[in-house]
Design a binder for this molecule. Sequence first.
Ligand code: IMP
Ligand code: MG
Length: 456
Amino acid sequence: MPNVVVVGAQWGDEGKGKIVDLLTQDADVVVRFQGGNNAGHTLVVGGEKTVLHLIPAGILHPGKFCVIGNGVVADPSVLVMEIERLKAKGAFQDDGQLVVSLDAHVIMPWHKAIDVAREQAAGEGKIGTTGRGIGPTYEDKVARRGLRVRDLLDEARLARKVKERCPAAREELKRLGATSDLDEAAIVKQYAEYGRRIARYATDVSLWLHRALRAGKSLLFEGAQGTMLDVDHGTYPFVTSSNTVAGNAVVGCGLGPKAVDYVLGISKAYSTRVGGGPYPTELKDEVGERLRKIGNEFGATTGRPRRTGWLDALALRYAARVNGLDALALTKLDVLTGFEKIRIAVGYDIGGKVLDEMPSDPELLERAKAVYEDLPGWSETLDHLRTWDDLPAKARAYVKRVEELVGELERTLRAQGARILASAPVLVPPRADPRDVPSVRDDMAAHLRLFRSGGA
Ligand code: IMP
Ligand code: MG
């Protein structure tokens, strides 16, 4: 398989995990390049539901390698817990399967405390973070005062850095009106212990991947969150603190841009968003409630109910542009069964002026009223369908329309000869060469796989 990047084309929770799992069958190495345990992926291991937040699910497949790149912010307590939990279930027997970058920044107790305290202090204006310390850890990274995995492996160095950082963290917490009970000695002891448990996995990931590529291994880059949560390209400041777009895949693991052959975007057949921020197609009525219920739209990490709404063609087209998508897969089409009318946003009305492109100012987005195109729904269940032709005609028409809207509107990319393909509810067949899009398209009918609701 070529080296594929999988990214969310919306606000996260598109069902990337499911597609990554399928592609993992044909990849050798799964690479995480950004984010941390703000992500979540529900799996069934040994008949039991497990949520993995940091380690790619590829770890369940013997012989596959999972890499946590330098661009990830790793909470060592979560990493160690996931390792132990997997091992307790009899999974992840071979330690060689997990590779952790020595340069990944680590989430320390004060990062989590500051994240939570800040959100509490912000009141109405809060971001609605996952409270996992993601933002404060990236802040320290960029401010050049962070701790990295390598710092956990040397207790003296760890002690020095903890001692350096704690006073400022205490001050910050105090300023935010939070109690701070940071016990430096206890933290050093605990995190040195995590360091000892992680040491066998920690390495120079750039070199490791370089060698893997030279040995002919194929890489699958697993994005977390989604395009609209990207710190540069999302709805700033209602974003996460990392670059979630495909371009960051190589930066987050120490490879060059040519290591990527193919970029696959994932979108739900409707939309969801967790946390605050603009969301023009949000439904605050019983239709939205119905989507939430049928789609089981509750966060895998925080359990929060997700905001729900119709599909936004402008957001998808934007995602196609900023990620350089080669293809787009739609998930959870089955959730739309039974809706009489299905809507797609094709424009934003902002003060009487209708835009057909995502405005670059997110404050405009706050004021945008979605302009919809309506399509007739279908009532047939999509259960047990296996091929494109099995889909009810109206479901096919809906997918085709999405495909048209994303493709048609994608003039720039088209002019550049890029290939945009909105396909659903299908995945690029892993054995076809996805670089050859027309053939992928034909093969898709033969390899059609349905992506169902639940656990996305
Ligand atoms: P943070 O990443 O915890 O700082 O949260 C920042 C924003 O990103 C909040 O709106 C979160 O709800 C959102 N977010 C972070 N991770 C995910 C995810 O995996 N799925 C969906 N939303 C996420
Ligand atoms: Mg998720």
